[in-house]
Write a protein that binds this ligand. Structure first.
Ligand SMILES: *Cc1c(COP(=O)(O)O)cnc(C)c1O
Length: 230
């Protein structure tokens, strides 16, 4: 379990270096430790080593872990694909949902958040690589989606998230990260009411340094902290 502590320290140092190297404040990059498939004990180690945000992909799995670790003042983010019929649970469990990609899902989250007396913070997931196997709205439909959901009172859009195509060489991912940053800037210019574009969730174990150079404010890192998943 010392391993998690050592790996976390190394990841944080790499984040700090990557931010400083491009003239950014290291505090402007938040680390989401992706704990999907990891047991409660490993997550506890990560929290005790200083992790403050955990990312989970499956509602059922997360529910048990969040329950078991409820004594820790950490924030849980939902980063997986969210089915409309799970929105109710997601709203109760997560501070930020990274994966809103349709008007239908946004409406259901809004409805459930209203019932729970909560303003649910969300990101819009963009399928920037047009990968048919990935969720996310097409880049060219993002502004339309935002206009459709901006009046929902119990949802608060904080920015964008993406899962670009996978490459061994992180430099090959750079154009997708740049495209996300440009899309964010374009959306800002639209001045859509109630829509904030402060957050850009992108970058994983293999490419987070490039993502930081391209403006990521939330990096979602699993393997580099917890080791390989089974
Ligand atoms: C699993 C996962 C990650 C973390 O991936 P690693 O390569 O292990 O860092 C990040 N984002 C999403 C959406 C994931 O599903």
């Amino acid at each position: 379990m010392h391993e998690i502590k050592d790996r976390l320290k190394e990841v944080k140092e790499r984040i700090r270096k990557a931010a400083l190297a491009c003239g950014r404040d290291p505090l402007s990059v938040k680390l989401v430790a992706v704990s999907k498939t990891m047991p409660v004990e490993k997550i506890r180690c990560a929290i005790e080593a200083g992790v403050t945000i955990l990312g989970e992909n499956y509602v059922q799995e997360a529910r048990k872990k969040i329950d078991a670790l409820s004594s820790y003042p950490v924030s849980w983010h939902f980063i997986g694909h969210l089915q409309t019929n799970k929105a109710k649970y997601a709203v109760r469990l997560f501070d930020l949902i990274h994966s809103v990609d349709s008007e239908k899902l946004a409406r259901e989250i809004d409805r459930q958040a209203k019932k729970a007396n909560k303003i649910q913070q969300v990101l819009i997931q963009v399928n920037i690589g047009k990968d048919p196997a990935k969720s996310g709205t097409a880049a060219e439909n993002t502004i339309r989606l935002l206009r459709e959901i901006c009046h929902l009172e119990n949802i608060s859009v904080q920015g964008l998230m993406t899962m670009p195509p996978f490459f061994d060489d992180p430099e090959k991912v750079r154009p997708y990260f740049v495209a996300m940053s440009e899309l964010r800037d374009q959306i800002r210019q639209e001045n859509i009411p109630n829509i904030s574009m402060d957050e850009l969730s992108m970058g994983m174990t293999g490419d987070f340094e490039v993502a930081i150079e391209c403006g990521a404010t939330l990096v979602r890192i699993g393997t580099a902290i917890f080791g390989k998943r089974n």
